[in-house]
Design a protein around this ligand. Sequence first.
Ligand code: SF4
Ligand code: FE
Length: 481
Amino acid sequence: MMNGAQYVESLKKLKPRIFYRGVRLDDPYGHPALAPHVRTAAATYDLAAGGQHDEIMTATSNLDGAKISRFTHLFWSVDDLIRKIAMLRLIGRETGTCFQRCVGLDAINALWSVTYDVDKAKGTEYHRRFRTFLARLQREDLMSAGAMTDPKGDRSLAPWQQADPDLYVHIVLRRPDGVVIRGAKTHITGAANSHEIFVMPTLGLPPEGADYAVACAVPIDAPGLSLVFGRQSNDERKEEAGTIDCGTEWGVVGGESTLIFEDVFVPNERVFMAGEGEFAGSLVDRFSAWHRANYGGCKAGNADVLLGATALLAEIHGTIKNSIVRDKLTEIVHLVETNFAGAIGSSALGKRLPAGNWLVDPLLANTVKQNVTRFVYQVGRLTHDIAGGLLSTLPSDADFQSSEVGGLLEKYFAGKEGFSTVDKRKLCRYIEGMTSVSTLVEALHGAGSPQAQRIVMLRQADLPEKTRQAKKVIGLGKDRK
Ligand code: SF4
Ligand code: FE
C-alpha cells in the first residue's frame, strides 16, 4: 500500500490534460485549486498505511489474500459493508470534507458483479478482464474515479435521439483490439487526482442504444481525454495560501471535473461492457445503492467536525449554556445520527450477489441519500443560526493584519476570554465552506438527485405487497357474499 507522500509522487509521473479557468495546468497537483483535494485523498492513503486503523482502513483481498486498502476491496460480507461506512465516517471526521475515493470503490464493486452476470448470460469474458484489472489496482493501490453522469442534452430524448449523439458517452468505433469512445462525463468527483477512470453507462439501454452501453477503465492521461476542473463557491480564496480566509488545508467538496473523451481508444483488456445495454440498468442501480448509503457515513463524519466547530463558536460567543442553543445542537445530533443509522442498517441488511460481493439494502440506502438531500441543508441552517451573521460579513484576513484597522478589528471581534479572534475566524471560515452552495448542492445531487432516490424507494417499497397485507389485516373482502 502507498502512503500519502507516495500517492502524490505517483501522480506526478502522470501527464493528464487538466484545464482550469481557461488554462491548461502544467503542474495540476500543485495548483492551489487542486492541491487541497490532493491532500485530502493523500490523507486516505496515510490513514490506511499508518497502521492505527487497520481493521477499518485495510482488508484482505479475496483475489490473492494480500493486505490491501479498503478503497480497492470488494464487499465480501455484511461486515465489509459496515466497516466501509465506519471508514467513511472516520475519514470524514479526520478531514472534515469529501475525500473522493468512494466513487471508484463502488464502481469496482458494481463492475465486479455486473461483468459476472453478463458473462454468465452471454459467454463474454468481461469478468476475467475485470478481475485482472482489479488485481493490478489492488496491488499498486491506485486511486480510481467513477464516471457515470453524462451531460444528457435534451432530457426528453434518449441518448441516440439527441441532435448531437455525443451528449452521452458512446462507442464510435469497434476494432479487433478494442473500442473508441466519444462523449463527456460531468461532475466527476476526484477524477483530476485519480490514476484511473471507470467509465460507466448512466441508464439502462434497449438494443438501439447498444453503443451507449459502454463500461471501461481509462488512465487519467489517456490520449484524447481532457479534464476541466470545476469552480466552487469562494474558490479564489484557495489562492490566498497561508491566510485564514483560505480555509483548512483540505478541499471543500470533492474537486469535481468535466471529462471530455475525444475518440479515446480503449484496449480490450480494459473494456468491461460494450453493447450489453440490458445489464446497464443493474450496473447503475447497484452502483447507486452502494454510493447512496455512503452519504450516511461521510456526511456524518463531516458533521462531527461541523458540530464541534459550531459548539466551539457558541462557546466563544458565550451562548453554549443557553438551552435554546443546546437544543439546536441536539437537533444536529439527531439528524446526523438518524442518517448514520440508515447507512449501517442498509449495510446490515445487505444481500449476496451472484458474483460473491454483497449489496446494501437498496430501499434503506436510497432513503439515506434522500434524507441527506434535506438534512445537510437543515444542519447548515442550524449552524448558521448558532454562528450568527458573522459567517457572511466577517472582514478579510488582510484587514485583521492591517496596521491601521487590524488592532481595532481584534478589539471589536473579541469573544469569550481565553479565545483568540484567530480561532473565531477559523471556525467561521470552516462553517462557511462546509455549508456553502457547492457543499449543499453536492449533498443534494451527488450520488443522484432527490427524484432518482424516490423512484427507487417507491419501487422497492412494493406497494402491491403492502396493499395485500392491508387487505389481510383489515379483513377486506371477507364480508362479501
Ligand atoms: Fe465519498 Fe462522500 Fe465524497 Fe461521495 S461525497 S466521494 S461518498 S466522501
Ligand atoms: Fe459525492
